[in-house]
Design a protein around this ligand. Structure first.
Ligand code: PLP
Length: 369
């Protein structure tokens, strides 16, 4: 339980520790630079909270990446200077903003790239693109290799205001496909076909996100992969140890923490009493009868953190047993601390909850400098 109150802003709060963030950033950049890989720092997981973005902007990323133009626009308006990379394939309708505010974008559609070219010509500027190849994860990217090669040729020879920077791929998002050396080599051979077609070397071969960073950590990343786009592995670090079994002892998992206030403490049955119907989200959960247990009710809910199994109470013996939109229930029967109304409970959060909490008007964001 907490807390070193930094200000007296009301609860619930999302606390961002900027020193820990910078530490994590520096470790990832260092590991990647040893493998000759430049990094796009992905800031979308925390919705581009400006003070945290400033840490990114000072750190030595080749670009800062986010999926939403609006974030890039707002950060630009705030004067946070960086090379911005639009991570989501641009909408046709946002071409003007893309060339105005983003330096580079990931692309998979020639019609969109032509629109970017027109918009860039109109604005008297140029825009860089990375062509995405879908290697089986089945989200964005060219599926047909010939189509990608033709697109590359058009960009190179016909579109005067578009610069073809390279090729990239994304894995482990929709199709849960694991980035492997084989997948990376597939991407490299596509890059080499593009190079043959356009008669020059590509500057960027972008091998993916945090899940591809795993290959850097276990030193198996093929040499020609020279760019990654990393968010989770800097911000939360839950995937690397839990899914990939990697040692990340030198990384903080508590750059982002969540604080919520206790509004009721009581002994109650652990199994609901009466006829079981559905919960507030229309589901029918299973309840285990563990007898009467001590519980704390907290003033925060799914509206804030989305998934109650993706936030982790930092009070020994406490477990989250459920939540509705505005309430969370903690089992504190085994907690050694005495919990009372008005106490603050601190949670570590993983990526999905960080994403919601940082975009939540009911949550106050506090920076730990
Ligand atoms: C979000 C995103 C990333 C960063 O993903 P992490 O898993 O947070 O590292 C990289 N590339 C694309 C295209 C993305 O949308």
């Amino acid at each position: 339980m907490n807390s070193n109150s930094i200000t007296n802003a009301p609860y619930p709060r999302l606390v961002v520790d900027l020193k820990k963030l910078r530490h994590n950033i520096d470790v990832v950049l260092d590991n990647c630079s040893q493998a000759n890989i430049s990094v796009c720092g992905a800031i979308k997981g925390f919705n581009g909270l400006p003070k945290a973005v400033e840490e990114f902007a000072e750190a030595g990323f080749s670009q800062l990446g986010t999926s939403r133009m609006r974030t890039i626009k707002e950060l630009t308006m705030l004067g946070i200077q960086a090379k911005y990379l639009l991570l989501r394939v641009p909408m046709l309708s946002e071409a003007d903003d893309v060339v105005k505010y983003a330096n580079v974008s990931l692309n998979s559609d020639i019609q969109v790239i032509r629109a970017l070219n027109d918009a860039a010509a109109k604005a008297g500027t140029s825009h860089e693109v990375i062509l995405m190849s879908d290697l089986g994860d089945l989200r964005e990217g060219f599926w047909d290799q010939e189509e990608l090669l033709d697109c590359a040729e058009v960009v190179e020879k016909e579109l005067d205001n578009i610069v073809l920077k390279g090729v990239g791929t994304n894995l482990g998002c929709y199709g849960s496909i694991k980035p492997t050396v084989t997948k990376m080599n597939e991407l490299i051979s596509i890059a080499e076909l593009v190079e043959k077609r356009i008669g020059r070397r590509l500057e960027i071969i972008s091998g993916g996100a945090t899940s591809s960073y795993v290959l850097v950590l276990n030193q198996s990343m093929p040499e020609r992969i020279n760019h990654l786009r990393i968010g989770e592995g800097i911000l939360n670090n839950y995937d690397l140890p839990e899914i990939w079994g990697l040692d990340i002892e030198n990384m903080y998992q508590d750059v982002f923490t969540f604080e919520a206030e206790v509004i009721e403490v009581r002994d109650k049955p652990s199994h609901p009493v009466g006829e079981i119907c559905i919960d507030s989200f229309g589901r029918k959960p299973e309840y285990t009868d563990r007898g009467i247990r001590r519980r704390a009710l907290l003033a925060a809910g799914k509206l804030d953190f989305a998934l109650n199994d993706k936030i982790f109470p930092q009070m020994e013996g406490a477990t989250v047993i459920g939540s509705s939109s505005d309430h969370m229930i903690l089992d504190i029967e085994d907690s050694k601390e005495e919990v009372k109304v008005g106490d603050i409970v601190t949670f570590h959060v993983s990526y999905p909850s960080m994403m919601y909490l940082s975009n939540d008007k009911y949550v106050n964001v506090i920076y730990n400098l």
